[in-house]
Write a protein that binds this ligand. Structure first.
Ligand SMILES: Nc1ncnc2c1ncn2[C@@H]1O[C@H](COP(=O)(O)OP(=O)(O)OP(=O)(O)O)[C@@H](O)[C@H]1O
Ligand SMILES: [Mg+2]
Length: 255
């Protein structure tokens, strides 16, 4: 579904990514972890078509990514909602933009948006403005907005970073439930090692300066996932391996 083919990205003299190759299958859940500045957000933005590569290519479903695509949705760390639009309009905004561009009617979009909001625990808040919601609720709105596009690729850049620990746990299980019902590839950037292991099929560990893939860990825990699995040997093994890569000093020599 997603293929990065020896991708490099420089910003002036800063090599944000160097020679990164990665394949993500349709319907696969991949997490990316690594020290601050190792190029995680850059990688997502390249896949989203928001920035061009310096070298190498990003291929999505067989075609090279050169601009943002309708089958790809992105969720950022901060909710980035339109402050003047209510929840329902925020969630349907990208689709309304696209349909306007194509001259199509809205159809059942609103009904689907309401159903999705209900799933995210936001029933009854359809006509509230973003400032009337908590940070966690705003982020759930942003996630609903991405899911309503029914993307084949969902890119999430620390989507739960601004949430409290409880909301974060609840949201991560909710995300898994929604993902399980769809054929959607997810690339999920996080600073939390347990979160990466709990959610992902594979965890990509990156090393900084230049940003590279140090190692890819197969998680191999059965699904559906639950927090009870955090105590299991397989979970501990994966988490310890990732920790060793990030903090063990070996990352610097991974190349
Ligand atoms: N638009 C930009 N202009 C110049 N430099 C940039 C730009 N975007 C990223 N960089 C640089 O590229 C490197 C990787 O940045 P990136 O944001 O991808 O890291 P990250 O892994 O997402 O970090 P964090 O965990 O802190 O979010 C950094 O050194 C950063 O300063
Ligand atoms: Mg980042």
């Amino acid at each position: 579904m997603i293929r990065l083919d020896r991708v490099s990205k420089s910003f002036g003299s800063v090599e944000a990514l160097q020679d990164v190759s990665l394949t993500v299958a349709a319907g696969e859940f991949v997490a990316i972890v690594g020290a601050s500045g190792c190029g995680k957000s850059t990688l997502l933005r390249l896949v989203a078509g928001l920035v061009p590569t310096t070298a190498g290519r990003v291929v999505l479903g067989g075609t090279a990514v050169t601009e943002p695509r309708a089958d790809t949705a992105m969720v950022f760390q901060a909710a980035t909602l339109l402050p003047w639009a209510d929840v329902l309009r925020n969630v349907t905004f990208p689709l309304r933009l696209m349909r306007k561009a194509k001259g199509k009617m809205l159809g059942d979009t609103e009904a689907r948006a309401r159903a999705l909001l209900a799933t995210a625990g936001l029933a009854g808040f359809e006509h509230r403005l973003p400032r009337e919601l908590s940070g966690g609720m705003q982020q759930r709105v942003a996630i609903c907005r991405a899911l309503l596009q029914d993307p084949r690729v969902l890119l999430m850049d620390e989507p739960f970073g601004a949430l409290d620990a409880l909301t974060r746990e609840e949201m991560s299980l909710e995300l898994l439930r929604i993902w399980q019902g769809r054929e959607m590839a997810v690339v999920f950037v996080t600073h939390s090692i347990p979160e990466a292991v709990l959610l992902a099929d594979r965890v990509v560990v990156m090393s900084p300066r230049p940003g590279r893939i140090a190692e890819i860990i197969e998680v191999g825990l059965p699904r559906p996932r639950s927090f009870e699995q955090e105590g299991s040997p397989a979970f501990q093994r994966a988490a310890q391996r990732i920790r060793a890569l990030i903090y063990g000093g070996r990352v610097a020599h991974a190349a």
